[in-house]
Write a new protein. Structure first.
Length: 296
């Protein structure tokens, strides 16, 4: 009951805001892939015209019944290894350094959509290409890109400061050279979110972005003084209510501040009730979020 009361209190504050609805307009850009397995099983609350939702997370259903080996290997029906046919390792020389990354789909050019995953502290490029961890969710985004004429990349980050941001920006710039018409969406897990906020705050970097996903990431108060509000790059924020690394209420208040400062800003917040720090990476419905971003 304590958790429910805490969530309800924050909802009450959020609902006092005057906001514009942000529906998903136009045709869906990405065709379905295993939607029956990955779509949210139960949305327990929806506020602010659907911009703030609470998704039921069941450890039994969404982890134990889904994984052959808990948190290590998902059951085979959740994955398809079609992306492996195009999977390759790459190196990009930029900023006097070498950026290592892996890619599937049209990573060499001709992509209509590019999704780039940035790992958190202790991660690497292999995390975002792991087909069987995190409930097969990384495999799903790979398949969504491969089957829809896109590219999916997972990069190594050696710094979560200026150098790391410069390297990711260089990777985005290079991909835009290879696929000039592609729309670029960057997804950041945990501490990788520092880089995503830095991309949003830099006008030169942000002009190449069509969306940012924060999955269990920290907030960045510098966002408000950077001019990023006027650029209106779509943002998704996903958190578990039992996250012991980044408190969801602080992140929800940050979301509220963005909506208060700019009610028409395209931003959505998903709270996975009883989920932990890694739950948004496991549970975020990639197709739902990407289609929303691509519709704007």
């Amino acid at each position: 009951m304590r958790r429910i009361r805490k969530i309800s209190t924050v909802f009450a504050a959020l609902c006092l805001l005057a906001v514009f609805g942000a529906g998903t307009a136009g045709a869906e850009a990405l065709a379905p892939f295993k939607d029956g397995l990955f779509k949210y099983k139960k949305i327990t609350a929806s506020h602010m015209n659907g911009d703030f939702i609470v998704v039921e997370y069941s450890k039994q259903r969404d982890l134990r019944d889904r994984d052959k080996v808990d948190e290590r290997e998902v059951f085979g029906n959740y994955v398809s290894y079609k992306p492996k046919r195009s999977r390759s390792s790459y190196e990009l020389k930029a900023n006097g350094r070498i950026v290592k990354y892996m890619g599937v789909g049209k990573a060499k050019g001709g992509a209509r959509v590019i999704v780039i995953y940035i790992h958190g502290q202790g991660g690497n490029r292999f995390q975002g290409m792991n087909d069987v961890s995190f409930g097969g969710n990384f495999n799903r985004v790979q398949n969504l890109m491969v089957r829809n004429g896109g590219a999916y990349l997972s990069a190594d980050i050696t710094s979560f400061g200026t150098k790391g941001t410069q390297d990711v920006a260089a990777l985005i710039g290079y991909q835009k050279q290879l696929s000039p018409n592609a729309r670029v969406i960057v997804a950041c897990g945990s501490m990788g979110g520092i880089i995503c906020w830095d991309l949003l705050k830099n006008a030169n970097y942000a002009r190449n972005l069509n969306g940012i996903l924060f999955m269990g990431s920290p907030q960045d108060p510098g966002f408000f003084s950077s001019g990023a509000l006027s650029r209106k790059v779509p943002i998704y924020m996903g958190y578990g209510s039992d996250d012991q690394v980044y408190n969801w209420e602080k992140q929800a208040n940050f979301f509220k501040k963005i909506k208060s400062s700019r009610p028409d800003y395209p931003i959505k917040f998903t709270l996975f009730d009883t989920g932990t720090h890694g739950t948004p990476i496991r549970m975020t419905d990639w197709r739902l979020v990407l289609n929303w971003m691509l519709s704007l």
